[in-house]
Design a protein around this ligand. Structure first.
Ligand SMILES: Cc1cc2nc3c(=O)[nH]c(=O)nc-3n(C[C@H](O)[C@H](O)[C@H](O)COP(=O)(O)OP(=O)(O)OC[C@H]3O[C@@H](n4cnc5c(N)ncnc54)[C@H](O)[C@@H]3O)c2cc1C
Length: 555
């Protein structure tokens, strides 16, 4: 992975084609939707024009790191410090675009192996230097912000050079892999042997195995391949106190499983250096297909039924009416509205699918018979609930564009528009209430912080990870930025939505984690004793508290 080819202050490859720039109709439509007369050009500042804070590290400390790791692994140039200053949340990108690099680490260190990690942690503990573990840096909760906390200096410890597949056990179907490996490299190595982990978060191209485990994430096909808590067998954690290697038994009643403590530890307990993960035969067939339901609730009911009837899906994803409407408009706007489109609209109206329709993408992976059988079963459930099967072109479009969504954020941010996402999960019985509460909270907060009277936001939701007892809810909100106080605006909107989640039975995160951004809500969710337990674990593994200060556990 050549990091210089990745945007330091936005999403994706520097060379990625901006598909939206030539689509004038889309921008006119968006301005109208947001209640704005026009969208303003708001370009990002360039790195060469931004002054980075002076490094607080002493010369002797810098020399000690060079002696430890070699000069090539110790970086202090502006690009490296800027790239490692923050993650990739809307809040982070907003700050980077404005040239706020106050959290640039004093030094960036690359570890080549576990011995490097242990040496860095031991020295940093002794000298009182904060250490931020860093995989791909795609955290969207302020998980890699290089804050120095109460320490004099902070270094970011990047483990992306630890990227080898160490062992593949084809009999047990597990693999031992170094934690810094990027998603594409891991899948390439496994698929060369006809195997897959099947963990494809939307950030797949730029995130690492260690990051997936450290924030307990979920890939888009978690229904089939599981989330990280399902596929992790064991992990090795390098800490300031030494190495904690968890057992790799397939199941064990020998007390609580210590791997559960590493999942979601967010770099605050130690650095995951390698892990054994469950793998699968790469699927022979993948089918993604579309359905239209009369509303979000019927689509959610189809997913609930499919899970309860054990339909082996890879992904069942239903969008609410606004997400369905906005995605359809964004795809169609500017195209001629011909006879076919008019006839389709009439047909949908006849079927009652024109008022608040909800699009559902159903994905199935496996061998051909298994896929065909599952598709037939889901089709039956969907039709029982009045849905229309719209065929595989909609599913194919989703699959081909499954990593593209985030590339739309930068062009929007170039035009004074904010885009953020948040997510939660709750029981099936509570989905409607939580969906309503968060949608309302977001609309209200956006209107209250809008740059002009009458300006408003677009709030879209979907379900994409489902369980027998409940599901995730994911929200994307687009809003006109208050250019005089963009960070304060973001904070207000984020607080309103997070308060609504906490007050209406949701978790503060289904798969993004806690980081800095969700810290104000974690004490309520875990309880006083729960936080005390987390603190005790941290204190045992990291007595000086140097690891990722200000994340996961409130002071
Ligand atoms: C556009 C976009 C889409 C996303 N989609 C998804 C999605 O579909 N599903 C999902 O689950 N998440 C998603 N995320 C969130 C993010 O990508 C995940 O959190 C990702 O797994 C993080 O991996 P990373 O390697 O980038 O970790 P980083 O961002 O580098 O780190 C994340 C956290 O883990 C810690 N950490 C990283 N590596 C290690 C290690 N080896 N040992 C100990 N701690 C470590 C860091 O200190 C930090 O606290 C998305 C993010 C973006 C920006």
């Amino acid at each position: 992975m050549d990091r210089r080819k990745i945007r330091w202050n936005g999403w994706g490859w520097n060379e990625a084609h901006d598909e939206l720039s030539g689509r004038a109709e889309l921008w006119t439509w968006l301005a109208r939707e947001l209640g704005m007369p026009t969208l303003l050009a708001t370009p990002a500042r360039e790195l060469k024009d931004i002054a980075l804070p002076k490094s607080r590290l002493r010369d002797e400390e810098r020399t000690a790191f060079i002696n430890m790791l070699g000069a090539e692994q110790v970086r202090s140039d502006d690009y490296e410090r800027a790239f490692h200053a923050l993650g990739r949340s809307y809040h982070d990108v907003l700050r980077m675009r404005a040239g706020d690099l106050t959290t640039a680490p004093d030094l960036v260190l690359y570890a080549r192996n576990q011995a490097d990690v242990l040496a860095v942690l031991a020295y940093a503990s002794e000298r009182g230097i904060a250490v931020v573990p860093f995989g791909g840096g795609t955290s969207v909760v302020g998980g890699v912000t290089a804050g120095h906390g109460n320490f004099g200096a902070v270094v970011t410890l990047d483990i992306s050079k630890m990227d080898r597949v160490l062992d593949v056990d084809r009999i047990s179907m597990t693999a031992e892999v170094e934690a810094g490996i990027y998603g594409p490299a891991l899948e390439k190595a496994l698929q060369a042997q006809g195997l897959t982990l099947g963990h494809y978060p939307q950030s797949f191209e730029f995130s690492t195995l260690g990051g997936w485990i450290a924030h307990a994430g979920a890939g888009q096909q978690s229904n089939r391949y599981g989330r990280s808590s399902d596929w992790i067998v064991s992990a090795t954690l390098a800490t300031p106190r030494g190495v904690l290697a968890t057992d790799n038994h397939p199941a064990s009643a020998a007390g609580p499983r210590l791997k559960d403590m590493i999942l979601g530890s967010e770099g605050a307990f130690g650095v995951i250096t390698q892990a054994r993960v469950r793998i699968h035969e790469a699927p022979a067939k993948k089918v993604y297909t579309g359905f239209l339901f009369k509303d979000f609730q019927s689509g959610a009911e189809a997913i609930r039924t499919a899970v309860r009837e054990d339909v082996p899906s890879a992904m069942l994803r239903v969008s609410d009416a606004d997400e369905t409407r906005v995605y359809r408009t964004m795809a169609d706007i500017g195209k001629p509205h011909g006879l076919k489109a008019t006839l389709t609209e009439r047909f949908l109206a006849l079927r009652g699918l024109d008022v608040a329709p909800a699009a559902l993408i159903a994905g199935f992976e496996g061998d051909a018979d298994e896929v065909a059988e599952a598709l037939k079963h889901f089709d039956k459930i969907a039709k029982r609930l009045g849905a229309l099967s719209v065929g595989q072109s909609m599913g194919k479009r989703w699959y081909e564009g499954r990593f593209h969504g985030p590339y739309m954020r930068d062009p929007m941010m170039d035009r004074g528009v904010g885009v953020d996402t948040l997510e939660t999960s709750t029981s099936w019985s509570n989905i409607p209430k939580l969906h309503r509460a968060v949608t309302t909270a977001l609309h209200t907060a956006i209107a209250e912080t809008a740059p002009r009277p009458g300006a408003r936001g677009i709030v879209m939701g979907h379900i994409s990870h489902s369980y027998p007892d409940g599901a995730s809810l994911y929200f994307t909100y687009i809003f006109p930025r208050q250019l005089d106080g963009e960070v304060a605006q973001w904070r207000k909107i984020k607080k309103a939505a997070s308060d609504a989640i906490a007050a209406n039975g949701g978790t503060i995160s289904h798969h993004h984690g806690v980081g800095e951004d969700h810290l104000p809500w974690i004490a309520q969710e875990k309880g006083e004793l729960g936080i005390a337990v987390l603190r005790a674990i941290k204190h045992t593994l990291d007595p000086k508290g140097i690891l990722n200060p200000g994340k996961l556990i409130p002071d």
